[in-house]
Design a protein around this ligand. Sequence first.
Ligand code: MD6
Ligand code: FE
Length: 212
Amino acid sequence: MGADLLTGFAPVAIAVAPDVVLLRQFVDTQPLRAAIGDVVVLAPFRHLTTPNRGTMSVAISNVGEQGWHSDIKGYRYVGVDPMTGRTWPTMPANFSDLAQRAAAAAGFLDFNPNCCLINRYAIGAKMGTHRDQDEANFSHPIVSVSIGLPAVFVWHGAVRTGTSIPVPVEDGDILVWGRSARLGYHAVRALKADSRMSVPPFRYNLTFRRTN
Ligand code: MD6
Ligand code: FE
């Protein structure tokens, strides 16, 4: 009986490292792209300033009760979009459903995100090595959905300069991590043009979190 239940998940759930799970080709991203198009009318993509006065190459927006923000004062979550003065758009139902299903498939039951950061990578955009540590509670996992152009996500783990595990991620792939991996270091290599060039030529990434 267990085998039947497991076959739906087992072939696509790949352990990248302890408590880091890759779900390959988990979702049809077309409805997610449509929802992104709708919400960024309300909360436009923007290139944020970092505390050291750099500008992020990745453009971001958020949906949910909280949104991740950066400026010269630091990194933090805010309930009102500083760009528009309005609350962030409501999290679309297909986003929250997906986050919960993916978390469960990776072994994290009852994930209830209150935030989804939307990243948009143009060719050449990248994300330097960092860990997600601006949340007030690390008992919840993170669910990360790749949409559009392929990229190379790099898992470093507990040490910033630790062994790096390159993880090619494509449209429809989902990474989930938590527990012992929750504060692991990671990065995304500069996006390359690809023969499977999607239109528009971007990679989008949805990262679902619970901030409290
Ligand atoms: C990205 N993702 O894949 C960047 N952080 O575009 C992240 O930085 C990230 O994918 C925490 C958990 C999952 C992630
Ligand atoms: Fe991250």
